[in-house]
Design a protein around this ligand. Sequence first.
Ligand SMILES: [Zn+2]
Length: 174
Amino acid sequence: MFPRQLKLDVPCSCGYNLRGICVTGVCPECAKPIIDTINSLPLPLLHPKREQIQNECRLLYAPVAKGLGCPIDALFFLVDALSFTRGMIRSRQHVTSVELCFGLREYALVLFDEDADEARAALKDWNIRSSEDVGKIIFAMIKSGFILPSEGGNLKDFDSIFSLDTLFTSDNCT
Ligand SMILES: [Zn+2]
C-alpha cells in the first residue's frame, strides 16, 4: 500500500472526517481501516453500462483528445476520477481543482492496486504530467460540453498543485 495522507474531506461511514489521516491507519472514531473506506467507494469501472457509454463517447472525445495531443484514455480517466472524487467527498456537488487532483491520485491508486510506480507510469502515458495538464483537459472537455462548467473552478486554479514527481511522494507517512 502506498502510504499517504488523505488530502480530501473524506467522511468515514461513522461520519468522521478522515482528511489528513494516513491511509494505512484506522478511523480515530470507529477504528475502521481507512483503506476499507476508500475501497468501498463506487468504482466508475463497474458501472453496468460502462462499455456502452465508453463506445458512444469514444467518437465524441476523439477530436478533443487529438486537439490536446493526449490519448482518449486520458479523458476517460479524468471523467472517472471526477466521479470517483465526487463519491469520496460525498455531500458537495462541485469538485474543486485541488479536490480533483487529490481525488485522481486516490483513484489512480485504486486502479493500480496501490502501486504508485504503475500509477505514475500510466499518468505519464496519458500525458497527464501535472495539475496544469489536468486543468487543460478538464477545460477542453467543459468547452466541448462533456463536463459541467462549474467543475474545477477556473483554469488558473490548477496551477502548481502537483507534478508527477511530487504527486506520489509529497505527503508520505509511515
Ligand atoms: Zn469512522
